[in-house]
Design a protein around this ligand. Structure first.
Ligand code: NCD
Length: 324
């Protein structure tokens, strides 16, 4: 993320226009978004919050990579704010016929789609599109290669804050394929901005991240150091689709024994530590199924928070849009 990409996210009045990355967003903006998201949550069993703040607007979901949670939650978030939501079926779209991504975007722009939610496997695509769209259009990054997944970072931050808001005195451990994880990247950026006490990134050496991309984090190759007295343990999937060469990646049993998040390995963490996972989960590989289903797990809470966070982002962007 270049410095000018950070500027690109804001309109001339300093309001958030595109959400491309959490890098360089300040703690007051992150806190405002979390507070707004919190306001959209309702008690279990109650009907979801609805408003008309996006009435008349159109949100287009363009997912050029698989997605369940992110896509469904952007869809619901848009509808619950009164927007029309267009879910483009990329498998039957003209991009399969060789149309460039910009031509697809211009086509939707001509249909008065105001907010485009984009997931793509290549670096830089959301910022590239943001540079080319008309002034009335906003771009939201829903997952960019291994670089950025800002709404996931926000929902993770909200889930952690609900457990303990004292970021400065907490240790968060993220374990798994850190090297290929946009989830780890966005969560780390958000946690560092909030002044997290300790951020530990744990992975087998073959999946270790480039330390320069995670300033201030402690990078270790074992859970004994990584999980000790942690307040939060987040498990990540091995992103095989981004790994060219599987040499050096442990087999399933070895991986689970050394890096699996389980009732056993969680004994290293604090007794009240929570377990997170962005999904999709591979039970028995990076996480023990029984632990994922236990009261320690906040995985379904993350999903609920994901809708609220996306409502907060859409609502804010929509309000700014109506002033342009
Ligand atoms: C993640 C993603 O797509 O980056 N999932 C998600 O958005 N909840 C993580 C993954 O694919 O492993």
């Amino acid at each position: 993320m270049e410095q000018d990409d950070t500027k690109l996210q804001f309109d001339p009045n300093g309001n958030l226009r595109h959400l491309l990355s959490l890098k360089n967003l300040d703690s007051s903006l992150l806190t405002e978004l979390l507070d707004e998201a919190e306001g959209f949550l309702t008690a279990p069993g109650a009907l979801p919050t609805r408003s008309r703040s996006l009435a008349g607007r159109t949100v287009g979901n363009l997912f050029f990579e698989p997605s369940t949670r992110t896509r469904a939650s952007f869809d619901l978030a848009g509808r619950r704010l009164g927007a029309d939501v267009l879910n483009l079926d990329v498998n039957t779209s003209s991009r399969k016929k060789g149309e460039s991504i910009l031509d697809t975007i211009y086509t939707l722009e001509a249909m008065q789609v105001d907010i485009m939610v984009i997931r793509d496997a290549s670096d830089g695509v959301p910022a590239y599109i943001a540079r080319h769209v008309e002034d009335h259009v906003s771009i939201l990054n829903a997952g960019e290669s291994d670089v950025s997944h800002p709404t996931q970072g926000l929902l993770d931050l909200l889930t952690i804050r609900q457990h303990n808001a004292d970021f400065k005195n907490m240790a968060v451990a993220i374990v798994g394929d850190i090297q290929h994880s946009r989830v780890a990247m966005s969560a780390s950026q958000a946690l560092q901005t909030m002044g997290i006490g300790e951020l530990r990134l744990i992975s087998p050496p073959a999946l270790a991240p480039d330390a320069d991309k995670f300033p201030g984090a402690t990078i270790v190759d074992n859970i004994t150091d990584g999980f000790r007295d942690a307040d939060v343990v987040m498990a990540l999937r091995i992103q095989r689709e981004r790994i060219g060469n599987l040499d050096g990646i442990p087999g399933i049993d070895e991986y689970f024994a050394n890096y699996g998040v389980s009732h056993e390995s969680m004994k290293l963490a604090k007794p009240d530590a929570i377990v997170m996972h962005p999904g999709p989960m591979n039970r028995g590989i990076e996480i023990e199924g029984a632990l994922a289903d236990s009261p320690r797990s906040v995985i379904t809470k993350q999903v609920t928070n994901g809708v609220a966070v996306r409502m907060a982002v859409l609502d804010r962007i929509g309000k700014v849009m109506s002033t342009r």
